[in-house]
Design a protein around this ligand. Structure first.
Ligand code: CP
Length: 360
């Protein structure tokens, strides 16, 4: 075969990436958290609707199980054998749908996938409650994404198998928040300790709109389950949105002990942050809405040397690709880790955790 020079360059690729993509971090988290399988029991046969429905112990064990999967992905290939996942995505998705499906496949289960509601009875006016009744007979677990926040609650009415909210309008995206928190704990495993010294607490900036973005709403709810790890959580915005919190949303976070503040003086603050979480786009109705167009991170942004950047992705102009090859890039690790957190969650929901805990 004759390959010209340009094509030869194009077809070469590097399989190796910096350590942030590797398995050192999940192993460190694994060592830090002692396995207590009992704490995973509350996940048995549960619906996953909101990121604040579980307690700290359950989440820590879930993160531990995810780290176990991530540290040794080849070891666990069949715990979901004989189980069927119904993956129903009525709104576009790259990461959530494919990582859920990858997670289920990696564990040996089978999948039925719907990516267009018009191919189901919904197009004929069938109710989501009736669709849910059918799902009970066809599968063992449902993952649902829908632009309409209420669809989830309609389907829940008739379900006798667990459903996972994979994003319901602007309301919640709990498994994304689990993946976000898992990433932070892999980065600093000592944050899993019950007591954290003041000097070890982290200062986090969240660039996003808590009342309009499901990722940010769910992230703050999960932060509120771990309030002791933060010296401050600062919502950073450009002032273009009049209201950035719903009703008592801010007050509830404060009542949970989260040291949360807000500011529009972003530039001065960024060099002092340990973690910067950024998201500027949200799918609302039938299209993408851009928030806070003035917010932007690139390789010129002054960051602490040790600072990490998180982004749920998809990204817009707010996050330059020039940061991808820097040690600040933990957003790819965050997306990669989502597969393992979903493996852990799915295994527990369909009551197969006993096949993977106590296994080294
Ligand atoms: N993070 C996230 O929800 O990405 P997708 O929209 O691609 O699923």
């Amino acid at each position: 075969m004759v390959v010209d020079q340009a094509l030869e360059e194009t077809i070469k690729f590097e399989r190796k990436k910096p350590d942030v993509f590797g398995d050192a971090h999940p192993k460190a988290l694994l060592r830090e958290v002692v396995e207590i399988g009992e704490h995973l029991k509350p996940l048995d046969n549960q619906h996953v609707i909101s990121s604040d429905q579980f307690d700290r112990n359950t989440l820590l064990q879930l993160f531990r199980l995810a780290a176990k999967f991530e540290s040794n992905p080849q070891r666990f290939s069949t715990p979901l054998q004989g189980k069927i996942l119904i993956s129903a995505f009525y709104e576009p998705s790259t990461r959530t749908r494919l990582s859920f499906e990858s997670a289920w496949h990696r564990l040996g289960g089978d999948i039925m996938s719907i990516t267009d509601r018009s191919t189901t009875g919904i197009a004929k006016g069938e109710s989501l409650s009736d669709v849910g009744e059918m799902f009970n007979n066809y599968g063992d677990c449902v993952v649902l994404r829908d632009t309409n926040a209420h669809s989830l609650f309609e389907m829940v009415k008739s379900l006798r198998i667990p459903i996972i909210n994979a994003g319901n309008g602007i309301d919640e995206h709990p498994t994304q928040a689990m993946a976000d928190m898992y990433t932070i704990l892999k980065w600093r495993p000592k944050l899993t300790k019950a007591t954290i010294k003041d000097k070890d607490k982290i200062r986090v900036g969240v660039i996003g709109v808590p009342n309009k973005m499901r990722t940010v709403r769910s992230l703050l709810k999960i932060f509120a389950i771990f309030p002791q790890i933060f010296s401050e959580v600062i919502i950073m915005h450009d002032g273009s949105n009049k209201e950035i919190f719903d009703g008592d949303q801010l007050e509830r976070f404060k009542q949970a002990g989260l040291p949360i503040t807000e500011t529009t003086k972003v530039k001065k603050l960024i060099p002092e942050l340990d973690v910067i979480y950024i998201n500027s786009i949200a799918w609302i109705g039938d299209s993408v809405t851009h928030f806070q167009k003035k917010m932007h991170l690139d390789d010129k942004t002054q960051l602490k040397d040790s600072a990490i950047i998180l982004h749920p992705l998809a990204r817009g102009d707010e996050l330059s690709t020039k940061l991808d090859e820097t040690p600040h890039n933990w957003y790819f690790s965050q997306a990669r880790g989502a597969v393992f957190i979903r493996m852990a969650l799915l295994t527990c929901l369909v009551q197969r955790a006993e096949r993977v805990i106590d296994v080294i």
